[in-house]
Write a protein that binds this ligand. Sequence first.
Ligand code: BGC
Length: 740
Amino acid sequence: MDQRKLQELLDDMSLEEKISQMLQLPSDAYAEGNAATGPVQGMGFTRENVEQAGSTLSLIGAEKLKRIQDEYLKTQPHRIPLLFMADIINGYRTVFPIPLAQGCTFEPETAKRAAQIAARESAAAGLHVTFSPMVDLVRDARWGRVMESTGEDAYLNGLFGKAMVEGYQGENIGEKGRIAACVKHFAAYGSPTAGREYNNVELSERTLREDYLPGYQKAIEAGSELVMTSFNTLNRIPSTGNKWLMREILRGEMGFDGVLISDWGAVHELVCHSIAEDDGEAAQLAIEAGVDIEMCTAAYGKHLKRLVEEKRVPVKLIDEAVLRILELKNKLGLFENPYKDADPEEERRLLLCREHRSAARETAAKSFVLLQNREGLLPLQKQGKRLAFIGPYADNRHTNGMWSFFADTDDNVTIREAVCERGYADAVFETGCPVVALGMYLYGLGGGEAGSCDMAEEEIQEAFDAAVRAAKEADTVILCIGEHPNQSGEASSRAEITVPEYQLRLLEAVSGVNPNVVTVLFSGRPLDLRRVCSLSKAVLAVWFPGTETGHAVADVLFGDREPGGRLSMSFPYCTGQVPVFYNEFPTGRPFDRSAADQKCFSRYIDIPNEPLFPFGYGLTYTEFSYGKLRLSAGTLEKDGELLAEVEVRNTGERPGSEVVQLYIRDMAGSVVRPVRELKGFKRVYLEPGEQKTVTFSIRPEMLRFWTIDMQFSAEPGTFWAFAGGDSTAQNGAEFTYAPA
Ligand code: BGC
């Protein structure tokens, strides 16, 4: 349909019809056809709302969606099709590693492929829009949703956000196998005070612009069709009712012209935040801020019509919103084909097909971060070793992370299955203990599985004893432990970010009888790993790897693939150190370790300032050495370029890849500048003894920041570039930026 026809369609719609387009209902509404069922009615929706609402959340499945679309269209005066949206975060049926793990690949292209596959599978199942990517910058590992972000660095997040949007949308969302992306959560949801979920956010405008906005910006530039508001306040104003944030920044400065959807219930929450007295006022604030669709609460449905009739809301605001929604439906091609790609045959053919599984397997291995490998215990020797796989994750399918509502964990490969497939007939497997303690109950979200311990006390003791016996008889113990999937994700902030105590006790007992412990660590966030690292020789962080968990873990343990990941988020020394991130600011009293006996420096007196494992860090099965970083000139001129070159050599005995990272420090600015910032990275594959030159380009735009006058520009002066294998790289060279 062309724009003129869309406009004519809009002009012909009644006010009620328009407002219906702005409502999104959850899947419960469709439990028994299009009737308002109990829970939905409880949310304030009427039967008419259910019949007319323009979009739905969490409905999926080709046959079902075709049927619902047919029913829906019968009730539509203008035959405007229903839009199906859902959270396809790290895959639909073929589950990829959680986004934080995907960030650790340092390969946006790999995340793009994962998004492409998720789009292909979910489009065949009838979906039109996914609520991904989440590009919220995260620095506080107490917050459970760090698992949904690609980490603590604005530049990295931007690259991943862009790649994911491109992966979902392709060139044209109307094409087969494509869905629309929705960047979330605008803005700064990743910085809740004290890491507590849904808590308030206080950020200076400079920090907001410099660190938090670029991720969203890159995803918007990549063409994301939707943006979702965040739950949080930003400097005392909830995002969903923040006109400055949504109209001036998002639409004005950032140039977003797609559909803005609220997060679940966020319009109503304006009342809870105490900036609206009731839902009517909340609806008014949200529409004034430019929120086009209200997700799953009834403020728009109940109040917008009255607000327009009372002339408190100009109909122009409604028209703008509805036109954007119609445009989205049109771009998806729904007016011509309301089912889009929904196709039960294709669904059967594509879901979990060999190609998708193999991509998931490869991605998982690329996301695993080898944190420690004393005495080169990994990779495991293939012959003649008695291996004991111990722990609640040794034979566990619940490895998708929290946001995989539509996947079936029965499809997952466990570590035990993968090891047995390889023919290790002598390997033994013992659970040892449950993931979480007896009596602890972890609720899932949106139908996600609940986490609880289903073992009786005596059973746990027996399992524990059997595990210790197995450890004693083995040459090497592979201890598979970690967080429960429901301990991270939405509504899962933790004040103590450790491996659950039961499992730490198991590690203590096992390492007491066998010094050769490899810990395979499952988690949705960086954890305090002090005990884990002191009691294990090797530690491999595998996050939540998804469908191909067992295969990918076995591939890496046995050395058929290298652990490809580098940390996209620092692992704190302990919980009290968070938020901890690499690009912090220098203080007036920087701590100098050689003056450790002096008191008045910016330091802790009981722990180091440094995280246990820094951003960018990850070991491999080989070693690399670096030549001195060389710059093509000492001065960078306006519109000029410097080349930064460094030789990297594989000095070990196995082939492997190194993620060479470029950091830049601005030595003095009109405002305090970070101690360093990631500006580029490249993965190089090297055979033993092989050497390659890695070259980065340094250009003036890479030096820009929000200056004292709030200009986004680069200031002349002295800079240092550093290249190396993590954010602590010291291999540096100085240059001057002299634009004049
Ligand atoms: C989450 C969003 C999600 C939405 C729909 C909310 O609770 O914050 O990230 O997209 O639910 O499921």
